[in-house]
Design a protein around this ligand. Structure first.
Ligand SMILES: O=P(O)(O)OC[C@H]1O[C@H](OP(=O)(O)OP(=O)(O)O)[C@H](O)[C@@H]1O
Ligand SMILES: O=c1cc[nH]c(=O)[nH]1
Ligand SMILES: [Mg+2]
Length: 219
């Protein structure tokens, strides 16, 4: 897997990341969602540089302008719930993309420290020969990303795959690196050192789904 960690180069992204992590700023859930969306826009721009481009001629009112435009048929798939604002950010730039949604949540059956990933809802177009962008802001253990990819396999073989995340734990990044092929690209805004015993990224930002959409009752 090829890892593109956007925090390697300081940029305006650091401002959005600081606000996402800041427990005071987080109280404004609209700003939280919008910052994830803005990061989705930045990720879309960055990953667009690795798409395939063909020459095009555009007729202006005064002549012809030569350019190159990307040729990829993009399917944007995000993992509910926290993936929704990241999805929106990517869709703001890839406005012709097809869309897939999947629910993958942590089910705590016996105690708060052990969970399994449950996939219940999946709506997806054909992925055959297309560019799949799989988006989830949090890459903690990496299990949701891998379970999602397994669930998508019956929909066809994508030509190329991009994983988009906001914060990952090193352990989760290592896990997805092992599970996905060497051609797969990961676009991420930060890789933190640790996971705690409940599978939360430390320092991370807390629970992205709850911060974006409010607390939920555990199953
Ligand atoms: O890498 P993993 O260990 O699988 O964890 C990451 C998952 O946890 C979060 O979802 P969560 O289960 O909190 O659902 P939510 O978005 O509905 O809050 C997050 O959005 C990922 O989907
Ligand atoms: O730190 C984490 C881990 C998983 N999901 C989150 O929302 N945050
Ligand atoms: Mg959550």
């Amino acid at each position: 897997m090829q890892i593109h960690n956007l925090s390697d180069t300081p940029s305006i992204l650091n401002t959005f990341m600081s606000e996402l992590r800041d427990k005071t700023v987080q109280k404004d859930s609209m700003r939280f969602r919008r910052n994830i969306e803005r990061i989705g826009e930045i990720m879309g721009y960055e990953l667009s540089k690795s798409l395939q481009f063909n020459p095009h001629t555009i007729a202006t009112p005064l002549g012809n302008s030569e350019t190159v435009l990307h040729q990829n048929d993009i399917v944007l798939c995000s993992i509910l719930r926290a993936g929704v604002p990241l999805h929106n950010g990517l869709l703001n730039y890839f406005d012709a993309a097809e869309n897939a949604f999947i629910s993958a949540y942590r089910q705590h059956k016996h105690n708060p420290e052990s969970f399994e990933i449950v996939v219940e809802y999946l709506a997806c177009p054909s992925l055959e020969g297309k560019t799949l962008i799989l988006a989830d802001p949090m890459l903690a253990t990496g299990q949701s990303m891998v379970a999602t990819y397994e669930a998508l396999k019956p929909f066809g073989t994508p030509k190329d795959i991009h994983l988009v995340s906001v914060i990952g734990a090193q352990e989760g990044v290592d896990y997805v690196s092992k599970e996905f092929g060497t051609d797969v690209k990961l676009w991420i805004a930060a890789i933190d050192e640790n996971l705690n015993e409940k599978g939360y990224i430390i320092p991370g930002l807390g629970d992205a789904g709850d911060l974006a959409f409010g607390n939920k009752l555990q199953h």
